[in-house]
Design a protein around this ligand. Structure first.
Ligand code: DOR
Length: 394
């Protein structure tokens, strides 16, 4: 199927273009002469960007589908401009067996809404020590993680990195020394981050840091990146837009101003690779009981745009790099650039449009958003995956 996208301002990580984009069978191709089978898609002067990729998502499926499932999560992703997500393994059962992994992947493919990538557990059932299940890793796994928990034991982490490197899989690491969180939450993140930076550097093992939230952690990551360690990292929209709040339960917690400004500084200096949502659906009752986390997929673009671009901290190109080009590259998806050979996954955005995000319009099954009834800017109008329209505002 041939389609020509026309009448837009195209933005990827490096370019700004008004040239038409030619696609064939869901991929960007070089210019061709249109014929009667070619569909012309008028983008009404909106901004066209490569659709986003989220490296850190919880869809709660299987086990907790009363808060989200693959389908409701996928619709939430599309509403936020995402066509690919990387699902964490803290489901019930934990994703540490072939059967659970393959079931999720098959159901995601059948839905055919977005690209579902499923993370596999580092330790079997998150027991913090068993690694044997990694010897029989299902085909297609590209990330392992015990997200929700840190891997406390040093030797286990050392052995896990050796295995991950051998297997050619990446790790996405939740850094938190469990025993320290209640005593000094900042130290709990910093200490494990420093350990894993050093291990990655010594073993030349690629690792990715999840939801980095402290000045100490981003400082260590920057230092070891400069030394040449094969490290990437993500920050969340909430950690760069909020600070000095202890009434919001999320893990890692909302930190201090010094941390928020260190993260934004690191984004500007090129040490942060991706913005990831940590989309964490919970019911209203669970939130009252103190479950950590918020929804993120539907509002990540607006939050990041307002915090980073409108404020003049970074360019729109750089935001596309953080939300599409880099995370797609880290996940191994050919997406994130408006160039020949890349997937025709696009998001059309009205950057000037302000909207009020209401509880009624939330596409997630859960409603634990911090942004209900807030006025946001930068509205996702349409989302195309492989050239097919998958979401339209209203
Ligand atoms: O706030 C959080 N919620 N942090 C995590 O690491 C896990 C997540 C969840 O699964 O709810």
């Amino acid at each position: 199927m041939k389609k020509i996208f026309t009448n837009f301002i195209g933005i990827d990580d490096t370019t700004i273009t008004k040239n038409n984009i030619y696609t064939e069978d869901g991929v960007i191709v070089g210019a061709y002469k249109e014929d009667e089978d070619t569909e012309i898609i008028d983008c009404q002067g909106l901004f066209l960007m490569p659709a986003f990729t989220d490296l850190h998502t919880h869809f709660r499926d299987p086990g907790f589908t009363y808060k989200e499932d693959l389908e409701t999560g996928s619709y939430a992703a599309l509403k936020g401009g995402y066509t690919a997500v990387n699902l964490m393994a803290n489901t019930d059962p934990v994703v540490s067996s072939k059967e659970v992994y393959e079931d999720i992947m098959a159901r995601g493919r059948d839905l055919d809404l977005i690209d579902i990538h499923q993370v596999y557990a580092i330790t079997k059932d998150f027991d913090g020590k068993s690694l044997e299940h990694l010897d029989d890793l299902p085909q297609g796994v590209n990330f392992i993680s015990d997200d929700g928990h840190g891997v406390d034991d040093d030797t286990t982490m050392y052995e896990a990195m050796v295995k991950a490197k051998d297997l050619g899989v990446n790790m996405t690491l939740h850094e938190e020394v469990r025993g320290l969180s209640a005593i000094n939450y900042e130290l709990a993140e910093d200490l494990m981050t420093i350990r894993d930076c050093y291990l990655s550097y010594k073993l030349a093992c690629p690792i990715h840091f999840s939801h980095v939230s402290t000045k100490g952690s981003i400082g260590a990551i920057s230092y070891f990146k400069d030394l040449g360690a094969p490290i990437t990292c993500e920050v969340t929209p909430h950690h760069i837009s909020l600070s000095e709040r202890d009434d919001l339960r999320v893990n890692p917690p909302i930190r201090e101003n010094k941390d928020k400004y260190a993260l934004i500084g690191a984004i500007k200096n090129g040490y942060v690779d991706a913005i990831a949502t940590d989309h964490a659906p919970h019911t209203d009752e669970e939130k009252v009981q103190g479950k950590p986390g918020f929804l993120g997929l539907e509002t990540a673009f607006s939050t990041s745009y307002m915090t980073l671009v409108q404020s003049g901290e970074i360019s729109l190109n750089k935001l596309v790099a953080l939300m599409s080009t880099n995370p797609s590259g880290i996940l191994g998806i050919k997406k994130g650039k408006l160039e020949e050979g890349y997937l025709a996954d696009f998001v059309l955005v009205d950057l000037d449009r302000e909207y009020t995000y209401t509880r009624d319009e939330i596409r997630s099954k859960s409603k634990n958003s911090l942004l209900i009834d807030k006025t946001l800017k930068g509205s996702i109008e349409k989302v195309y995956r492989r050239g097919e329209l998958k979401y339209e505002n209203n």
